[in-house]
Ligand binder design. Structure first.
Ligand code: SAH
Length: 251
C-alpha cells in the first residue's frame, strides 16, 4: 500500500498525527526533497529506505513503489504542504491505479495557510473579502487564459499566489492591469513556519523595491488582499445580538 502524505509547510510539528504515524511505520519513503523539511524523516525507522524524488522521474518513482509492493512493503510518498495543491499527484495516482496498487491520501497543512498564520491574518474578513483564490503566474506550466491573474484580479478577493516569486514584477503588473489599486496591500512570506521564515509587507506599487536585497527568491507565498491591514465589519458569528444554532442572542 502507498500513502500519499502531506508533509505540511516546513515545521516538522505541522504534519498530521496520521501522516506521522505512517512515516514511522514506512518501509520506503519517497519525499519531495526540494521543499520537504528533512527533519520530518527523523522519525522514520532506521532500516527504512529513503529516496529523494527531486532527483527522480515519474517512471522512477512508480518503479520504486512497484518494487516495494512486490515484497509487500508499505511506502509513504511525502509531498510538501497539501498534496492536492500543485503536487503533481494525479499522474502518480493514475499510475498506481493502472498497476492495481492500493493507495490513499493524507491531507496536510498547505503553505497558504501557514502563511496566514505567519502573518497573523484572517483571509476572509466580512465586508472585505469572503473568497480566497489560490493561483499562480504562468511559468513553464501554462495557465488557462480565463484564469490569468489579470482576470482573477477583477474579483478583488484575497489571492494567494504560489510558485511566482521570481516573476513578481509581472505579477504586480497583471494585478494592477486587472483592477487592483496600486495601494492594495501585499505580503510576501518566504519559508512560512521554518526557522528562517521572512515576511515583507508593502503595497502593489512598493513591493518590488521592498523585497530588493532581502534574498527572497524561492519558496515564497504572495498574498494580495485588502484584508491585510484594513477596517472590516465584525463577524456575525460572535455578535452579541446574533442568534444561531448553538447560542441565543444576548440583546
Ligand atoms: N503542495 C504545496 C505547494 C507546492 S508548490 C502546498 O500545499 O503548500 C510550491 C510552492 O508553494 C512554492 O513555490 C511556494 O509558492 C509555496 N510554498 C511551499 N512551502 C512554502 C512555505 N513554507 N512558505 C511559503 N510558501 C511556500
Amino acid at each position: 500500500m502507498v500513502h500519499i502524505v502531506g508533509a505540511g509547510p516546513g515545521d516538522p510539528e505541522l504534519i498530521t498525527v496520521k501522516g506521522q504515524r505512517y512515516l514511522k511505520e514506512a518501509d520506503v519513503v519517497i519525499y519531495a526533497g526540494s521543499l520537504v523539511n528533512p527533519q520530518l524523516l527523523d522519525c522514520c525507522r532506521s532500516d527504512a529506505k529513503i529516496l529523494n524524488s527531486a532527483h527522480m522521474t515519474l517512471p522512477e518513482v512508480v518503479a520504486a513503489v512497484e518494487e516495494a509492493e512486490q515484497t509487500g512493503k508499505m511506502t509513504v510518498r511525502l509531498h510538501t504542504g497539501d498534496p492536492a495543491i500543485y503536487g503533481a499527484i494525479q499522474e502518480q495516482m493514475d499510475a498506481f491505479e493502472k498497476r492495481g496498487i492500493a493507495y490513499d491520501v493524507v491531507p496536510g497543512v498547505s503553505s497558504f495557510l501557514a502563511t496566514a498564520a505567519a502573518l497573523k491574518q484572517e483571509y476572509t474578513l466580512p465586508g472585505i473579502s469572503q473568497t480566497v483564490i489560490i493561483t499562480r503566474q504562468e511559468g513553464r506550466t501554462p495557465v488557462p487564459e480565463r484564469e490569468k491573474l489579470r482576470s482573477l484580479a477583477a474579483h478583488q478577493a484575497t489571492m494567494c499566489i504560489f510558485l511566482s516569486i521570481t516573476m513578481l514584477e509581472d505579477v504586480v503588473k497583471e494585478l494592477i492591469a486587472g483592477g487592483y489599486e496600486e495601494t492594495t496591500p501585499i505580503a510576501i512570506v518566504q519559508k512560512a513556519s521554518w526557522p528562517d521564515q521572512k515576511i515583507v509587507r508593502a503595497t502593489l506599487s512598493t513591493i518590488c523595491e521592498a523585497i530588493e536585497g532581502k534574498g527572497i527568491d524561492r519558496t515564497a507565498m504572495i498574498v494580495v488582499s485588502r484584508c491585510l491591514g484594513s477596517d472590516y465589519e465584525l463577524s456575525r458569528l460572535y455578535a452579541p445580538e446574533f442568534s444561531h444554532m448553538f447560542r441565543k442572542a444576548s440583546k
